[in-house]
Design a protein around this ligand. Structure first.
Ligand SMILES: NC(=O)c1ccc[n+]([C@@H]2O[C@H](COP(=O)([O-])OP(=O)(O)OC[C@H]3O[C@@H](n4cnc5c(N)ncnc54)[C@H](OP(=O)(O)O)[C@@H]3O)[C@@H](O)[C@H]2O)c1
Length: 292
């Protein structure tokens, strides 16, 4: 199997590179080899490589900055995936793409299903949703895996920010009224690899949008509590942690208050699920301490 992995430097892409290694030949395109604002280059590279499957791990993920750069966010999150899907159609191959819980508005009392009405509250969410719709409109065989609150040992993410702040500051305030499911980048990459192991032919039959996050839910404050507790157990002096309402932490981009995703459709399609978020966070914290 020849896998084209677009974006190997981000949180998920980095882990995908690792998880896909045993599946076949993995061809990786990073920004230096392919700038996604150049749509002709996307077409040329895909046709030249002629893979059996494309996995797109790229995105414009700077949620607040996207409010100031909507055109760039749309180029990366909407147009580039559309072009990838168009080229996948020409080669008759599937595309695996990731999307976000931020396609929802957070006004619901249960975990969101794939059938629920989307209503993104910020530029990032709007451009990601438009990307999903653009992929579907090409007629490609695709899997769009909507995930949430991605963290890992590498990249810009909440876990790494909290580790830094916990040890640099005396006091840290974190919002306690936004709820979601922290999801380890490695779990996403492993689940994606498992889908491919099950056979890429099945993707055409199972084509569609799926929710794929860790099980369980918490607030950003709850997520931080586990990180702080682990740091303390590892012998660090940590800052005092306080939960605050979102209104006390204004950001340029609005975020949904509740963005837990229901993973049942993914579970039944692929017989696969990501474990509960808290155990995975502890695992990552432990592995970071072990590599210190
Ligand atoms: N992070 C989250 O909390 C979160 C939550 C829900 C869903 N998701 C989705 O999960 C997927 C993976 O996210 P992630 O957290 O792994 O993202 P990330 O760490 O921000 O990585 C994004 C990747 O996109 C690449 N990229 C951005 N602009 C590019 C351009 N113009 N040309 C070429 N490459 C470009 C980056 O390259 P450089 O490294 O060179 O900049 C990087 O490899 C995305 O679809 C994202 O929307 C993420």
């Amino acid at each position: 199997m020849k896998i084209l992995l677009i974006g190997a430097n981000g949180q998920v892409g980095w882990e995908c590179q690792r998880s896909f290694a045993s599946l076949g030949k993995v061809i990786v395109l990073e920004r230096q080899q392919l700038d996604l604002t150049d749509t002709q280059a996307i077409r040329d590279k895909i046709q030249h490589i002629s893979p059996d499957i494309i996995v797109n791990a790229t995105a414009y993920t700077a949620v607040d900055k996207a409010e100031q750069e909507p055109q760039l966010a749309a180029a990366i999150n909407t147009l580039a995936p559309q072009v990838m899907a168009e080229e996948a159609v020409k080669l008759d191959i599937p595309l695996i793409h990731y999307s976000t819980d931020y396609v929802f508005d957070g006004e619901i009392g249960r975990a969101w299903t794939e059938e629920d009405k989307t209503n993104p509250q910020n530029v990032y969410g709007k451009t990601k949703l438009a990307g999903e719709q653009a992929i579907a409109a090409t007629g490609a065989a695709y899997l769009i895996l909507r995930t949430s609150w991605v963290y890992g040992a590498r990249g810009n993410n909440f876990l790494r920010t909290m580790i830094r702040l916990a040890t640099e500051r005396d006091k840290v305030s974190v919002v306690n009224d936004q709820f979601g499911s922290p999801t380890w980048s490695r779990d996403l990459a492993n689940a994606t690899a498992e889908i491919m192991t099950q056979g890429i032919e099945q993707i055409a039959d199972k084509s569609g949008v799926y929710h794929l996050t860790a099980a369980g839910k918490t607030s950003w404050y709850g997520f931080a509590q586990v990180i702080f507790e682990m740091l303390q157990q590892q012998g660090h002096n940590v800052a005092e942690l306080t939960g605050i309402p979102s209104r006390d932490y204004p950001t340029p981009a609005a975020r949904p208050a509740y963005s837990c995703l229901n993973n049942d459709k993914f579970k039944s399609a692929f017989n696969l699920q990501i474990p509960e978020w808290e155990g995975q966070v502890r695992l990552v914290m432990k592995s970071l301490a072990d590599t210190d």
